[in-house]
Design a protein around this ligand. Sequence first.
Ligand SMILES: *Cc1c(COP(=O)(O)O)cnc(C)c1O
Length: 367
Amino acid sequence: MSVPFFDLKKQYQSLQAEIAPALEKFLPQQAFILGPTVESFEKEMASYCQAPFALGVSSGTDALLMALEALEIGPGDEVIVPAFTFYCTASVVTRRGATPIFVDVDLHDYNILPAAIEAAITSRTKAIIPVHLFGQIVQIDAIQKIAIKHSLPIIEDSAQGIGAEYKGKRAGSFGRFGAFSFFPTKNLGAFGDGGALTFASVHDQEHCKILRMHGSRIRYQHEEIGGCFRLDALQALVLEIKLRHLEKWQEKRRQNAAFYNQALQEIGDLILPVENPNCRHVYHQYVIRTTKREALKVHLTCLGIGSEVYYPIPVPHQKSMEYLGHRYGDFPHSEQLSEEVLALPIFPELEPSQLEETVKGIQSFFL
Ligand SMILES: *Cc1c(COP(=O)(O)O)cnc(C)c1O
């Protein structure tokens, strides 16, 4: 039996009876851009995230970029980001002409270190982008304290954190902005690209609505630069249906993680993910660590068991970031993680036998 790393077909099969008729009703209208379908999803999205306002946008990357544009962040400005994250958390800063200031992450939960944030603040700092990596909320109490002390806005990169909770509050409800991705393999995935922003204030929501339409409030009058940052109505339709199932899927991910946590104890030098106090981890990824990562990955591949490395290169060490002049040794935790992490299959539709197969595959490697 093979264990794929993820299986989108299986989820679609379970939803076909709901989605197909909705599409049949939607398609004859040929109304693809914004409108009531997108607005309806935005209401549901805000409600799920416990945020006052939400907007559907073109991708998680664009959500981050729009938040930076809304804050008028540009040349001469600095934005603090973790060194260990998906590339675009930082590249959006560069794309605005500003400078990403990388800080290291915690070896314990892989999230940005609050103390390192505070140490990196200068008079040019204009925002902080903490990332709820792998589906667990960052140390938000400490980060909020720092943000308030220095009057800095927080943009939560919640692309991996939809539904993640700290003290019952969800990702996207802590910062001034929350950025979400509906990339097909995220916990809530569209039939293509898509994203959302959540907002603490209606002012920011209205501003981003204008940015989403080429900086235009009135047709062919452009007050700001903006861009083409709209969420397709078709995607909104699919996402609203899927959102109704999300809690069930989150719980399945958590059950799968609980199974691994139990079954993978004290094997070789494995380090298992931790769930911090007061947190609901939504396991966008279930990431283990071992110094024998490469060999383990090959072993699993030979057994037909999928696994992935998130992320093999810390962002400051990417070629495109060379201009910043960082060296190996600058971000020791991120560098160590990039050599040791391995994500196991965790998607909600995994069969118990597939979970067992994965565990057996790992056990047989360390025998
Ligand atoms: C997926 C992801 C994004 C980007 O989302 P897209 O929708 O692919 O643009 C941003 N940040 C993190 C941490 C992600 O995992």
